[in-house]
Write a protein that binds this ligand. Structure first.
Ligand SMILES: NC(=O)c1ccc[n+]([C@@H]2O[C@H](COP(=O)([O-])OP(=O)(O)OC[C@H]3O[C@@H](n4cnc5c(N)ncnc54)[C@H](OP(=O)(O)O)[C@@H]3O)[C@@H](O)[C@H]2O)c1
Length: 332
């Protein structure tokens, strides 16, 4: 089969089309002919080497955390989807940028009437968005939610889900005023530039602050987010784009100000609470298909465009969700 992979860590130029052996489904696994692969920031981290050097058979790694496609075979004891069914799957061990991918059956769900291009951007993004809002963030109806990296895949999904779950006010931040304007239609009451966001949040909440902040950025943004929490507010930490791993919360600050910092990591959830991922994935797919959850179509990128797309991710120049058209790999 054809796939996009890399044999050494580095910039987007290390991504190349490779011929790889066809995978076979093991016990409890499902073999999927991939139609589209969602593209996530984690794949930039994977390519750069933040998850280690390529260690796949053949000396390459194939990135890709989420796919949509058609079931072609089931491994021994795999229950759930049937051969021929159109599905979406979360792949915690990567492998999505390929014509065939193997997924654990517990992370595979039928897409129903949802178009496959749309479904490819759901299996990692939506369980994460539900997870940060509900499992970690404990969102309650009427609360104010602030989403950093608001224009991104997880950010824009979280904004719409927050609204569907009854949030009172949904605010977002992005890197520049121009991008804020472009992100306004993604489901927010207001989006503003991250510089000086605390003043904007206080202005929109009559000085009360946010009940829940979703923060994949970190650094100065994380510190400022704590200072803009309403009483019993929560900052959910689910990334560290600013690369400030030495930051630690101050127990006295949390105690004296009724604040909380909560972590969320889908990889850990996949290992220790896998059923919740399947449940969130099923909810998202059915809510998107029925129209209960608003969405906009993803940007569909051909295989030849993957390096350029990774560059745009690194420059913060993407908006909403992008998916890779794996069907075109045969001719790439
Ligand atoms: N913990 C988990 O389980 C989990 C699961 C999925 C994703 N994530 C994390 O969630 C975040 C969003 O993922 P995504 O795939 O949806 O990506 P994305 O939000 O579509 O793209 C990344 C966005 O991050 C912002 N950003 C801020 N600082 C940045 C920096 N130094 N370099 C590059 N971008 C920066 C940019 O938007 P601005 O214009 O706003 O700066 C950029 O558009 C990532 O940090 C990812 O690792 C975590």
């Amino acid at each position: 089969m054809r796939a996009i992979g890399f044999t050494s860590n580095g910039g987007p130029e290390v991504l190349e089309v490779i011929d790889a052996p066809e995978p076979a489904p093991g016990p409890g696994q499902v073999l999927i002919r991939v139609a589209y692969a969602g593209v996530n920031f984690a794949e930039i981290q994977h390519r750069r080497g933040e998850f280690g050097e390529p260690d796949g058979h053949g000396g390459y790694d194939i990135p890709g955390l989420e796919v949509s496609g058609t079931v072609v075979a089931l491994g021994p004891g795999a229950h759930g989807p049937a051969v021929g069914e159109r599905v979406a799957a979360y792949l915690p061990a990567f492998g999505g940028y390929a014509e065939l991918a193997v997924a654990e059956a517990e992370f595979v769900r039928t897409v129903g009437e949802l178009p496959l291009a749309q479904a490819a951007g759901v299996p990692c993004v939506y369980p994460t968005a539900y997870g940060v809002l509900t499992d970690a963030g404990r969102l309650r109806a009427g609360e104010t939610v602030l989403v950093h990296a608001a224009a991104g895949g997880v950010g824009s999904a979280a904004a719409r889900i927050a609204r569907a779950l009854g949030a009172g006010l949904v605010l977002g931040t992005v890197r520049s005023p121009g991008k804020a304007e472009a992100a306004q239609t993604l489901g927010y009451d207001a989006v503003f530039a991250r510089d000086g966001f605390t003043e904007a949040v206080l202005e929109h909440t009559a000085g009360r602050g946010a009940d829940l902040v979703l923060d994949p950025v970190g650094g100065a943004v994380r510190r400022a987010s704590l200072n803009v929490l309403a009483p019993f507010g929560r900052v959910v930490v689910y990334g560290d784009l600013a690369r400030d791993p030495d930051w630690t919360a101050d127990a006295w600050d949390l105690w004296k100000n009724n604040r909380a910092v909560v972590g969320y990591n889908i990889g850990d959830v996949a290992r220790r609470s896998p059923a919740s991922i399947g449940a969130h994935l099923a909810s998202a797919l059915s809510a998107l298909a029925s129209g209960a959850l608003a969405h906009e179509p993803p940007a569909v990128v051909p295989p030849a465009g993957i390096a350029g797309l990774h560059r745009r991710f690194e420059a913060g120049a993407t908006r909403g969700k992008s998916v890779l058209d794996i069907g075109e790999l045969a001719t790439a």
